[in-house]
Ligand binder design. Structure first.
Ligand code: BMA
Length: 326
């Protein structure tokens, strides 16, 4: 088995064996969708959300659009990773920073780093334009805001769970508001999580299911084969965009270097709850629990911008698939 480095033991990871007739690298939870609008009061949709293992339980940050359709983030707790108690009201930050009004928040990721949990999401700047928000918590009670890492327009930030050669690293997807049919994954580095630089392109769109945009997903998983990166990718059709999940392996000591990148997607919109919703044909991964002892992975993804699903795989299955199809 490929070794998971610096990971956590998660014996209660909500994972299921692969169904006997399944030939895919990822298989869906039999309980999908695990979260719907019924899990929050007055919700229109509950989707692209992120979870982590926390003191033998699970904690999460959830994107909910209430019936005014304003996207905001909610906290949630769970003992099994499937059944969640999600707060009906969006959370407020424990601190205010001058010039950083908080009007909207969506597509959170969570990264455990240096004993804290960092939350990375898409938020407004004081102009209203979108960029990446960063905050930290130790207990999922008090959440402290930090400075915006990047200028607008930027989204889809994923932080690496340790320093690499003395620098923190974050993947993000800068974008052009005038031409939204493009988007590449960039890596940026920082000494202090406040000032970011050394920006480098890691991955551009290619063809087929990843021909228009690519954006990083869950916190990358560290293995002895490299950083396992799960990302989302977009194709444009006569019916609009379709969102897929792909996977790649980045160099452990230089995450701007792509070692392998699968030409085939690992998850596509197929089930009714992925194909039909507020935005049809979307799978959008935001978190991946990985049990370091067994290599079991549970990917949490938003489906059709309406509900949350889980897909399972293992570190070995994913690495083998990426290498074979690179
Ligand atoms: C992206 C983001 C995601 C959403 C996706 C599909 O641009 O807005 O929140 O899931 O589009 O609509």
């Amino acid at each position: 088995m490929a070794k998971v480095l610096n990971g956590k033991s998660i014996p209660n990871i909500p994972w299921e064996e692969k169904p006997a007739n399944c030939k895919d690298v990822c298989w869906r939870s039999s309980l999908n969708p695990i979260l719907t609008r019924d899990d929050i009061e007055d919700a229109n949709s509950l989707f692209n959300s992120s979870v982590v293992a926390f003191n033998g339980e699970f904690r999460g940050i959830f994107r909910c659009d209430k019936t005014d359709l304003k996207p905001l983030l909610h906290k949630g707790k769970s003992k099994d990773g499937i059944h969640w108690e999600i707060e009906d009201e969006p959370f407020k930050f424990a601190n205010d920073i001058d010039g950083m009004p908080y009007e909207y928040g969506y597509d959170p990721r969570i990264c455990e780093l240096d004993g804290k949990y960092y939350i990375i999401w898409c938020t407004n700047t004081n102009s209203g334009d979108a960029t990446i928000g960063l905050a930290w918590t130790e207990d999922f009670e008090n959440i402290y805001r930090m400075e915006y890492p990047f200028l607008p327009y930027n989204r889809n930030g994923s932080l690496f769970p340790r320093k690499i050669n003395g620098y923190y690293h974050m993947l993000s997807r800068p974008m052009s508001p005038a031409f939204s049919d493009c988007g590449s994954i960039y890596d940026s580095a920082s000494k202090d999580l406040e000032f970011w630089g050394h920006h480098r392109c890691v991955m551009k769109p290619t063809t087929g299911w990843q021909s228009i945009k690519v954006g990083s997903g869950p916190t990358p998983i560290e293995t002895d084969e490299g950083w396992l990166l799960i990302y989302h990718a977009v194709k444009k059709t006569c019916n609009g965009y379709c969102y897929y999940a792909g996977a790649a392996i980045l160099d452990l000591e230089d995450p701007t270097k792509v070692l392998y990148r699968s030409k085939k997607y690992i998850l596509s919109p197929r089930e009714l709850y992925e194909c039909v919703g507020d935005v049809n044909n979307v799978v959008f991964p935001c978190a991946a629990l990985c049990d370091k002892d067994t290599g079991r992975i549970s990917i949490y993804y938003g489906a059709a911008d309406t509900v949350v699903g889980i897909a399972h795989t293992t570190v070995d299955d994913l690495i083998e698939f990426i290498k074979k199809n690179s």
